[in-house]
Write a new protein. Structure first.
Length: 128
């Protein structure tokens, strides 16, 4: 299933073209994600996250006093041998969520007083 958050039909059509011949990351594997196929990243076409939290104390000019609302998306195409987020980047700890769930997470982080929302991703996701 592909989750689309588009402002108009042309944008939706353009996004579907990207998913039919996936070139969203530097691997440019060309897999047809609209058919449920998985490319090099092995990511489903759904929105997948590993975690979200108020991320404090790192980069104080950005996180401020209350932290940055950080959402960790799953899957990666880099395959770095030194990856500190291996369980996140390989989808080992991932959960499929809806666009509404993502919006609710952002609102929860806002309610916690986070100064901003950071979408931390290891792969390119298409949320237009």
């Amino acid at each position: 299933m592909i989750t689309l958050l588009c402002y108009n039909k042309k944008m939706e059509d353009d996004l579907l073209k990207l998913y039919k011949n996936c070139k969203l990351c530097p691997r440019r594997c060309g897999v047809d994600r609209t058919a449920g196929k998985k490319g090099f990243c092995q990511a489903p076409s759904d929105i997948t996250i590993s975690a979200y939290m108020a991320h404090r104390f790192e980069e104080p000019p950005i996180s401020g006093d209350n932290g940055s609302g950080t959402i960790f998306f799953s899957y990666c195409t880099s395959r770095c041998s030194y990856c500190q987020n291996y369980s996140f980047s390989r989808g080992k700890k991932s959960k499929i969520i809806s666009v509404k769930d993502l919006a609710d997470i952002m609102l929860k982080l806002q309610e916690k007083g986070c100064h901003n929302i950071i979408l931390l991703r290891q792969r390119i996701i298409a949320l237009l």
